[in-house]
Design a binder for this molecule. Structure first.
Ligand SMILES: [Cu+2]
Length: 121
């Protein structure tokens, strides 16, 4: 979680609007609410903006999903259709081809992976 928080803050440095929020989150997490480390982690994750996507293909066997996605500012990537890995294979059970989603992607061990995924009605 530490490495992830540092990464999140580093990414936030490129998006000036997020800086104050990221610092605010880590300060309160280490301050009077030190015991609530999971809460601090949640704030750090929330600093990563969710992006719109549309499911083109789900490959549960390979743990991969093909998405048409909007701009991913944290990865300096424009809108396109591409294949992602997923951090948690259970994410693939929530969606099917044609679904609209909101998601966050990040670099995990050098590969792009979905780290957060929500189905949109
Ligand atoms: Cu892409």
């Amino acid at each position: 979680m530490n490495a992830f928080s540092k990464l999140t803050i580093a990414l936030a440095l490129t998006a000036s609007a997020s800086i104050a929020f990221a610092q605010e989150g880590s300060h309160s997490g280490h301050g009077s609410h030190g015991a609530h480390s999971s809460h601090a982690g949640h704030l750090a994750a929330a600093a990563t903006e969710l992006v719109d996507g549309e499911v083109k293909k789900v490959d549960r066997d390979a743990g991969k999903i093909t998405l048409r996605h909007g701009e991913l500012k944290n990865l300096n990537m424009g809108a396109m259709t591409m294949v992602f890995r997923v951090k948690d294979p259970a994410m693939l059970n929530q969606v099917k081809t044609g679904d609209k989603i909101k998601f966050a992607a990040d670099r995990v061990n050098g590969a792009l992976a979905i780290v957060e995924l929500q189905a949109v009605q």
